[in-house]
Design a protein around this ligand. Structure first.
Ligand code: PHE
Length: 448
């Protein structure tokens, strides 16, 4: 069967950037910035993205395009008959776990979008009322399951439509819209009286705050935000035509992802400071603190609608990339039809996600290794499966694949002059520096 490819260069970029830009930027990054001391975290994060993670992103896309295969098939094809097939297995299981809990949080976004659309955040509710609104909502049974189901259905619907007419088309319309939305919201936030303090918090680093825990949180976030180490960028890489410049698409992806994370922080932190609130709220920042801000700021009702719309769109373009990894595997390795594969993934992800969702309510006392199911999935994937997957994949690119193949993929057979100039340095990073630093940071996060 003929494999589908992305149709245009812009299509490749919006698909890759769409995968990267998601809840990680709008929800996780701002609260991590708050929890880890502001600009110092931002500074370390940017270094992690461009020095360490970009070569890993190159490697992942190279493995995908070289093999023209799904995440499981890629390792089997490039290293037949070896244990590397287990990395393939990991690359299918991790996205399945992530898409299930990701769609629970996406579902919260759906619920909050409806709340915003009914102007529930404009009635002058208090901060503590919003806190109990959120915990009451997440600990109930049906409302969050409903959001989870809607979100997962939308994801399945786009993936069923195919690589070109589903994923690429959706990205082409939604990614520009997303940037417009976040810029409008950021402009509103930075023009609030008292916003300057928030900008200072974001952009004027106090280097003494940098320690091992800041570094490991920043690296983990960079992995998560660039969708690394779990077969998504590999699968998208396999849909990129041989003529495309992989290094350029990957670099644009990293730039737009970072820009978006910074814009999202500009949309949130200045407002948090303008209202004298605490930036160290943790995961509830977006669902408790922000609605409070919306309910108190001029035009807040509209901004709230735009914000949660942006959250849903950003989350969808990421969840389709996770979903696609498993669908591509089932279609190519297990001879499913695209529709059949999408339905099967829907069922499995729905059940796993439902367990995550219920772990805030009826299943909250059910713990595995002392963690609720949601926390277990979150910690297991972000702190263990993704870094391990990322580490193994750079080792694969740097030590198992032939150097000539890697360089040839990076330079399109030597025809891209700029890429040729930096290829030696990039290969050195892939082979030595990236694995060493990932191991160091990973080890330090286990110790601290
Ligand atoms: N990068 C996405 C985000 O920032 C999350 C994601 C992780 C998507 C891994 C795909 C794979 O929200």
């Amino acid at each position: 069967m003929e494999r589908e490819n992305f149709g245009t260069r812009f299509g490749v970029l919006v698909a890759m950037a769409g995968s990267a830009i998601g809840l990680g930027n709008l929800w996780r990054f701002p609260y991590l910035v708050g929890s880890y001391g502001g600009a110092a975290f931002v500074f370390v994060y940017i270094i992690c993205v461009f020095i360490l993670c970009l070569p890993i992103l190159f490697s992942e896309v190279i493995i995908g395009r070289r093999s023209s295969s799904n995440a499981f098939g890629a390792y089997r094809k490039l290293a037949p008959g070896t244990k590397w097939k287990w990395l393939g297995v990991l690359s299918i299981v991790t996205p399945l776990i992530i898409v299930s809990y990701y769609s629970v949080v996406g579902g919260w976004g759906v619920e909050y979008f409806f709340k915003a659309a009914m102007f529930e955040f404009t009635t002058g509710v208090t901060r503590s009322e919003l806190g109990s609104m959120f915990s009451k909502f997440t600990s109930s049974v049906w409302a969050p399951l409903m959001g989870h189901s809607i979100f997962l259905l939308l994801t399945a619907f786009i993936v069923i439509s195919g690589v070109k007419s589903g994923i690429e088309k959706f990205g082409k319309i939604m990614m520009p819209l997303l940037f417009v939305l976040i810029i409008v919201i950021a402009v509103r936030a930075v023009t609030l009286p008292g916003a300057a303090e928030g900008l200072k918090y974001l952009f004027s680093p106090d280097f003494s705050k940098i320690d091992a825990s800041v570094c490991s949180a920043a690296l983990g976030q960079a992995f998560f935000s660039l969708s690394l180490g779990m077969g998504t960028m590999l699968t998208y890489g396999s849909y990129i035509s041989k003529k495309e410049n992989l290094a350029a698409s990957s670099t644009y992806t990293a730039v737009s992802d970072t820009l978006f994370a910074l814009l999202a922080s500009c949309a949130i932190m200045p407002a948090v400071f303008a209202f004298g609130l605490n930036p160290q709220e943790g995961p509830s920042l977006v669902f408790e603190t922000l609605p409070f801000i919306f309910s108190n700021m001029p035009m807040g009702g509209i901004v709230a609608i735009l914000f949660f719309l942006a959250l849903i769109v950003a989350a969808l373009t990421s969840s389709i990339s996770l979903y696609e990894v498993v669908v591509a595997y089932l279609v190519e390795e297990k001879q499913y039809t695209r529709r059949g594969a999408s339905i099967l993934v829907f069922i499995v992800a729905w059940v796993l996600g439902a367990l995550c969702s219920l772990s805030f309510g009826p299943l909250s006392s059910f713990k595995i290794f002392g963690q609720t199911i949601f926390n277990l999935f979150d910690k297991l994937s972000a702190n263990i499966l993704m870094p391990v997957g990322g580490l193994l994949l750079v080792i694969f690119a740097g030590w198992v694949m032939k150097k000539d193949d890697v360089i040839s993929e990076f330079t399109n057979g030597g025809t891209l002059k700029c890429n040729r100039k930096i290829s030696g340095f990039v290969y050195f990073m892939i082979r030595y520096i990236c694995p060493l630093i990932v191991i160091a940071v990973f080890a330090s996060s286990l110790i601290f």
